[in-house]
Design a binder for this molecule. Structure first.
Ligand code: ADP
Ligand code: ZN
Ligand code: ZN
Length: 755
């Protein structure tokens, strides 16, 4: 393909990324100009020479070809961080589907114009001898303020503004003349906001905890992999094995090589303990980036990065685009979390994008988890990732003992409470021993499914092996293929009338617990109780400080926290996520159960967990009881293979919304037909369209269609062909369409050559 024109952005530091200018590519430079390349161009009426970046190509001129100027030169220096980020944006656009402009806005740090906070200091210029003479004079003349200031400066060399003006109370009438005489100087120093400065500085010890044998061996192994193949590394460590300390050790090594690190975490609000550990170890070289920061605060962090005052950035997925110019390592902690998938276009996957960024920079990638995603384990299995294991807890701690309560038996025995008898008894015991309890109410997935409380049967789609969801119109529906049926009043298996949805909120659990254990101090953590800026942090800290006996909550209480005094974890409604209408339901349930169980017994006292379920025999619950990841994985990957779900197949979702329902359905029908036509003869399967889980939002109807395809390149090609079809077809003008690459399939992102 001949490409004659390059679209160049001139200003990448502001919000003008969509302002591109077309330039002609001279023959001599045609080999050198790529997406992301820095170019020297004549700009504006006076043709002054400015630097720009190529973001796309076109074959035809956008205006009078005579007037299009030529790129003057491609500067020799190597790749800058900007060129690499632009190349990353191009890859994101290509892989996940979006405009180049959307992709650029995702990766480029937005600069804001703001007043920087200046911190002033007084510095002594006179040498000690001169100063002593002066001091004598001041004392003689009784210039007390000057003498005070000079004396202090002779001791310290320099003093903060406040120390002089407030503490020493030196008026400007005293220091101004001294400044004019060249005895001292007032210096300005820009002070950037440090979002971590409220953390306790006394806790900054700076030492590295010494690693235990297992942790040490894993670090050695990972370093060896980095030196040889440099594949992405998956660190699979049981809960409490000390993954954080392995991260810290590896980061230390990277810093010593003069390179910088990015640590991605699922959500900042739930990760303050981890951030604290990094801050304790690395002090001001660490900062965080997150959405609750003001643009000025964010911009300050980028400045600190640029000046290399900051060497480690911790944050949720967007921290991946921190403009380090010498990136050495990207860590993705709790890599299985769904928050690594962006919900807005481009819907990039931060893990795969991390791997791509690392490739462009020659950096390493480390994914960490106690319960890795099936996708990552699958890639380990196929050899495109290297896997390292931490199989025991740090120190004397052991994994908790897990027991299961069959809730069908509870019903038979006449107990209709949310709390089984075993859990009830165990809570009582802990309260007596003054140990702490976590009660995890599983609300993951949607509680829209229908199940039988007598026999446990769940009503599923006959085609997709996912649960049907109850809709207000009285029907049950499959959110993959659109299959619907009547709701039943009796269980189709055992005829029991105890069939319905599972509904209990954290508030109800709290009331029940208060009623049953009136003396217990109870804390509740959910979306309601955590409103306000530091809602999560406050509750977590209070519980960690022993201000309550029982903490009740949803997913957020089981994510990575380290509460050494918790010796009992109760899992209420383990099944809620098991029957979420999603092919990942078992995976998510296994992960949640292991994480929940993993909160118990992390200190010196051994822990215990009770899982309450209607499906004690389910393989994923069985695997969670013994915390056998490999057993879970074998079972799960076999099921995925059978059903053709990711990661064995790639999967693309086409999300569409429109205020007019008929128009939307028509559009989806066209999309389906188009896909069928272009995919004919291949291994592509098209599923749906079906209503989205939330089928209408703010008067916008919503539909989704899934495409499954084993071949990675074919899947991406289908997406881009469809994208073009939609773009040029005015029939889609009123319909909002978004692509979501749920999985690129077996080959993974780093192995495009496999297909
Ligand atoms: P994970 O993230 O793997 O669940 P953590 O990093 O939270 O585990 O560590 C679990 C516990 O073990 C923490 O209380 C931590 O302080 C302790 N720990 C782990 N490794 C070390 C070490 N090398 N030195 C001192 N304490 C450690
Ligand atoms: Zn039944
Ligand atoms: Zn179905």
């Amino acid at each position: 393909m001949s490409q004659y024109f390059a679209d160049v952005i001139v200003d990448i530091t502001s919000e003008k990324l969509d302002r591109v200018f077309q330039y002609r590519i001279p023959e001599a430079l045609s080999d050198k100009v790529r997406i992301g390349t820095r170019v020297q161009i004549p700009f504006g009426g006076g043709n002054r020479s400015v630097t720009g970046y190529v973001v796309s190509f076109s074959e035809s001129p956008g205006f009078d070809p005579e007037k299009i100027k030529e790129i003057a030169a491609v500067p020799k220096e190597g790749l800058t961080v900007e060129t690499k980020l632009i190349a990353l944006a191009a890859w994101i656009r290509e892989t996940y589907g979006s405009t180049m402009n959307q992709a650029l806005k995702t990766v480029m740090p937005v600069k804001v114009k703001k007043k920087s906070r200046e911190k002033k200091r007084f510095r002594l210029l006179a040498d000690q001898e001169q100063a002593s003479l002066l001091l004598e004079q001041y004392n003689k003349k009784n210039s007390k303020a000057r003498a005070r200031l000079l004396e202090a400066l002779m001791k310290q060399g320099s003093l903060e503004w406040e120390a002089v003006t407030k503490d020493l109370k030196v008026p400007s009438s005293a220091w101004k003349p001294m400044e004019q005489q060249g005895i001292l100087r007032v210096e300005g120093e820009i002070r950037y906001r440090n979002p971590l400065e409220h953390l306790d500085p006394e806790m900054q010890q700076g030492q590295l905890p010494s690693l235990d044998e297992e942790q040490h061996l894993v670090c050695e192994g990972i370093r060896a992999e980095w030196k040889s193949g440099n594949r992405p590394v998956l660190l699979q460590g049981v809960t409490g094995s000390g993954k954080t300390f392995v991260y810290i050790e590896l980061i230390q090594g990277i810093l010593e090589q003069g390179k910088d690190c990015i640590v991605l975490i699922p959500e900042i609000a739930l990760t303050w303990q981890t951030v604290n550990r990094f801050y304790q170890r690395f002090g001001e070289q660490v900062t965080v980036l997150h959405s609750r920061m003001t643009p000025a605060e964010r911009s300050d962090q980028f400045e600190r990065v640029k000046k290399r005052q900051v060497r480690i950035v911790i944050g949720p997925r967007s921290a991946l685009f921190t403009p380090f110019s010498n990136l050495g390592l990207i860590i993705v902690d709790e890599e299985q979390e769904h928050t690594y998938q962006s919900e807005v276009t481009p819907r990039y996957d931060a893990r795969d994008t991390a791997i791509q960024r690392a490739k462009l920079e020659g950096a390493h990638v480390l994914l960490g988890s106690a319960t890795p995603s099936v996708e990552s384990s699958w890639r380990c299995r196929r050899g495109s990732y290297a896997r390292f294991l931490l199989e025991s807890r740090y120190g004397a701690a052991v994994l908790p003992e897990v027991t299961v309560t069959d809730m069908r038996e509870e019903l038979k025995a006449g107990n209709r409470s949310i709390l089984g008898r075993d859990l009830h008894k165990k809570i009582q015991e802990r309260l007596q021993k003054k140990e702490q309890v976590l009660l995890f109410l599983n609300r993951r997935g949607h509680t829209g499914f229908i199940s039988c409380r007598s026999c446990g049967t769940v009503i599923k789609c006959p085609h997709c092996d996912v649960s049907l969801t109850y809709h207000n119109n009285g029907r049950l529906i499959c959110h993959y293929c659109g299959y619907t049926r009547e709701k039943t009043e009796r269980c189709p298996e055992c005829g029991s009338p105890y069939i319905g949805g599972f509904r209990a909120g954290t508030q109800q659990v709290e009331q029940l617990v208060q009623r049953e254990f009136p003396s217990a101090r109870v804390l509740r953590m959910d979306a309601d109780s955590t409103r306000g800026k530091d809602g999560y942090e406050k509750i977590l800290k209070a519980f960690a400080a022993g201000e309550a006996d029982i903490l009740i909550g949803t997913q957020m209480i089981i994510k990575g926290h380290d509460f050494p005094d918790v010796t009992l974890v109760g899992v209420l409604a383990a099944d809620a996520s098991l029957f979420a209408e999603d092919y990942r339901a078992s995976e998510q349930t296994y992960q949640l159960l292991v994480q929940a169980v993993g909160r118990a017994g992390r200190g010196v006292k051994p822990g215990e967990a009770v899982i309450q379920t209607y499906h004690p025999e389910h393989s994923c619950i069985q695997a969670a009881i013994v915390q056998d990841y490999d057993a879970f994985f074998e079972e799960e990957i076999a099921a995925r293979e059978l059903m053709g779900y990711p990661p064995v197949s790639g999967m693309l979702a086409v999300h569409a919304s429109c205020s007019r329902e008929e128009q939307l359905d028509l559009a989806m029908e066209y999309i389906r037909k188009f896909l069928e036509r272009i995919a004919r003869g291949g291994t592509t399967r098209i599923i749906g369209p079906a209503p989205e889980r939330v089928a209408k939002v703010q008067d916008q109807y919503r539909r989704v269609l899934y495409v499954r395809e084993k071949n990675r390149n074919r899947l991406l090609r289908l997406r881009s062909t469809l994208e073009k079809y939609i773009e040029i077809n005015p029939g889609f003008n009123l319909v909002q369409i978004q692509f979501e690459v749920i999985s690129v399939g077996a080959g993974g992102i780093s192995a495009g050559n496999e297909s």
